[in-house]
Ligand binder design. Structure first.
Ligand code: B12
Ligand code: SF4
Length: 287
């Protein structure tokens, strides 16, 4: 997987710092997949870990010469994500900095106030908003995308002169099958020991300590989509698939169907390979 394709000129770098080397991002390939057919946009994915030195990271990110640098922010990387601590904007003032992910989806005004180098923050589920922002930025040429175009985009926060403005609070949820498979598009780094896979988003429960309790509606990918993704991963002989669903068994029938599918697929893979894939689910007690 190379994670890069080229239509023409506006380059977007999608990047993140992982907690460990063994993890590849699922969020960035999903975001890249929805931007694939956008004219005038080139998307590149680069993944690093929180253990890289700051100077090295800055050099790596600068070397991409992207017009837009978008960071995926989680609890484990928010302290090291180099949006402004490295003076990135001093070196490349024209570069637009976008933040998204669970760790920046709350308290957005304070965050943008405290981090003047951040141009945009996207709250919550990112695919639709990110595509619309990329479209707006690609369409604007070298001009700043106009406030009026941006303020129509749900869940997008941006700068309007010296103010911080936000689009409408989006209540809709994506139909998951509308996200093109990032696995089929060859956007996921399958060279890592773990491959993340989600069969659903959202959680029906409301545990007070957990971010996922405020995300609402549970949605599943269709069984056809899950089947075709899992078969593809088996064909590619990934060593381990980790399901990142919040509550995989919220619907016992659905869960059972996927387990049966995974067992039959695993047997097929054992038949063709000496290193069978294994499945594990995220322990409910932690996620
Ligand atoms: C994999 C994972 C891990 C891995 C780390 C993986 C890595 N990359 O290094 C491990 C197992 C190490 C881990 C650990 C922890 N995790 Co964790 N983890 C997850 C998990 C299960 C999956 C993340 C994922 O890939 N989801 C699938 C993608 C598609 O969804 P997403 O990440 O939300 O991305 C969407 C949006 O957020 C947004 N988005 C994301 N990035 C970007 C970037 C841009 C530019 C844009 C526009 C949008 C955008 O768009 C995406 C698509 O819609 C999530 C729960 C979940 N199911 O999401 C918890 C979760 C992220 N973890 C969480 C927590 C609390 C922890 C721990 C603190 C748990 C603990 N008590 O130990 C630790 C912290 C580790 C540390 N070192 O500090 C919380 C939230 C934390 C936070 N605020 O970031 C989550 C949401 C679980 C929860 N329900 O509370 N975790
Ligand atoms: S802890 Fe688990 S069950 Fe509770 S809200 Fe979070 S994801 Fe759902």
């Amino acid at each position: 997987m190379d994670g890069t394709w080229c239509h023409s000129d506006m380059k977007i770098l999608l990047t993140t710092l992982h907690a460990k080397y063994s993890h590849a991002s699922l969020a960035l390939p999903c975001l890249a997949a929805v931007c694939r057919n956008l004219p005038g946009v080139t998307v590149t994915i680069r993944e690093y870990t929180v253990n890289e030195s700051r100077e090295h990271l800055l050099r790596l990110i600068m070397s991409e010469q992207a017009a837009v640098v978008a960071f995926s922010c989680y609890i484990w990387n928010i302290e090291t994500t180099p949006e402004d601590r490295f003076g990135y904007k001093k070196i490349a003032p024209e570069t637009r900095i976008v933040l998204g992910g669970p760790e920046v989806s709350f308290g957005v005004f304070e965050l943008m106030h405290d981090h003047p180098a951040v141009d945009f923050v996207i709250k919550g589920e990112g695919e639709t908003v990110f595509r619309r922002l990329a479209e707006a930025l690609a369409g604007e040429g070298s001009e700043i995308a106009s406030g009026s175009a941006l303020e129509e985009i749900d869940n997008l926060f941006f700068r309007d002169g010296s103010d911080i403005a936000g689009g409408p609070h989006g209540k809709g949820y994506l139909q998951l099958d509308s996200i093109p498979s990032p696995f089929e598009a060859d956007l996921v780094d399958l060279g890592k020991p773990l491959t993340y896979y989600e069969t659903s988003r959202g959680c029906p429960f409301s545990c007070a300590f957990c971010l996922s309790s405020v995300e609402g509606q549970v949605r599943s990918y269709s069984m056809d989509r899950i089947k075709s993704d899992l078969f593809l991963l088996m064909q590619k002989k990934v060593p381990q698939i980790k399901l990142v669903d919040r509550t995989f068994n919220y619907d016992a029938r659905r869960a059972n169907e996927i387990w049966l599918l995974s067992w039959s697929t695993t047997r097929a893979a054992i038949f063709t390979s000496r290193s069978p894939p294994t499945f594990s689910t995220t322990p409910l007690s932690r996620f």
